[in-house]
Design a protein around this ligand. Structure first.
Ligand code: SF4
Ligand code: SF4
Length: 56
């Protein structure tokens, strides 16, 4: 299942660097995950300082 970034995101960008399939990009207010690209590995959640990426 794709992960989703919730609005606690502080725009640090760590998750985008950690994603093996480049599914994460900066959005207008918070980073976002493309659900069609995400493979659900959880790497983004592991590096996020605020726990914003959630398994959906
Ligand atoms: Fe990328 Fe994995 Fe996070 Fe999906 S769960 S956005 S594939 S790091
Ligand atoms: Fe937002 Fe967490 Fe990604 Fe940083 S690592 S951009 S706080 S979701």
């Amino acid at each position: 299942m794709a992960y989703k970034i919730n609005n606690t995101c502080i725009n640090c960008g760590a998750c985008a660097s950690a994603c093996p399939v480049s599914a994460i990009s900066p959005g207008e207010f918070i980073y976002r995950i493309d659900p069609d690209i995400c493979v659900g590995c959880g790497a983004c959640a592991s590096v996020c300082p605020v726990g914003a990426p959630q398994d959906s």
